[in-house]
Design a binder for this molecule. Structure first.
Ligand code: AP5
Ligand code: ZN
Length: 217
């Protein structure tokens, strides 16, 4: 499996990706999770990234490209393929990814876009709870954890992301439509793009994803 999973904040990228990872034994590289790990580790990059993320902006292309390159080159889980979640987010990132994968003779197989109307995203984002260490996400109403504010797998506490409020979401959506929507056009011109209705419930979205992958190994 070699794919990118696109879609606006709250579309369900982080919800669907773990199941794809499990089915295809590939790695799940979520650039937002990687940046949040830097924030938690209090690195200089984390300090700069937190400001940008809380304002709904984008971290520089060079930093993000190097981050993904290093994972694709060194992460052993990626030997069997990858799901990129949150990358590429700009056309220069997409072009650089193509270049990187061409040099490995491992072109992308799927560019899947989770499509959903902005109106539905406020409720999803403001109700989200996450387990920071794994990136697992829940929802207070739509996907409640078994025990309140507790991760089902580890029993550790769940938190709200600092960019998960209505004000930051508005800015993230503006950034998405301006800078990431052109990435959709970039892939639509290739034969690997598929759009999926992400307003359906998670199980139905998963079924539609499986339909896209077909007999993919
Ligand atoms: P990132 O972490 O990638 O955030 P995002 O793109 O805004 O996406 P989200 O994680 O908010 O949404 P998701 O689609 O994963 O939703 P989820 O499945 O959790 O990036 C954060 C920031 O990092 C960016 O703003 C930027 O600053 C920076 N950054 C990252 N990558 C970058 C890059 N490449 N270049 C530059 N900067 C970069 O679902 C959301 C909620 O809805 C959950 O509560 C879930 O339970 C619920 N839900 C999911 N599916 C359904 C459903 N079908 N029905 C009902 N509820 C559902
Ligand atoms: Zn996510």
């Amino acid at each position: 499996m070699r794919m990118i999973l696109m879609g606006p904040p709250g579309a369900g990228k982080g919800t669907q990706a773990p199941a794809i990872k499990e089915k295809y034994s590939c790695c799940h590289l979520a650039t937002g999770d990687m940046l949040r790990a830097q924030v938690a580790a209090k690195t200089e990059l984390g300090r700069q990234a937190k400001k940008i993320m809380d304002q709904g902006g984008l971290v520089s292309d060079d930093i993000m490209i190097n981050m993904i390159k290093s994972e694709l080159d060194n992460n052993r889980e990626c030997k069997n393929g990858f799901i990129l979640d949150g990358f590429p987010r700009t056309v220069p990132q997409a072009a650089k990814l193509d270049e990187m994968l061409a040099s490995k003779s491992q072109p992308l197989r799927h560019a899947v876009e989770l499509q959903i109307n902005d109106d539905l995203l406020v409720a999803r984002i403001t109700g989200r709870l996450v387990h920071p260490a794994s990136g697992r996400s829940y929802h207070k109403i739509f996907n409640a954890p078994k025990k309140e504010m507790t991760d089902d797998v580890t029993g550790e506490p769940l938190i709200q992301r600092s960019d998960d409020n209505e004000e930051a979401l508005k800015k993230r959506l503006v950034t998405y439509h301006k800078q990431t929507a052109p990435v959709s056009d970039y892939y639509r011109k290739t034969g690997i793009w598929t759009g999926i209705d992400a307003s359906k419930e998670p199980g139905a979205v998963w079924k539609d994803l499986l339909g896209v992958f077909g007999s993919e190994k």
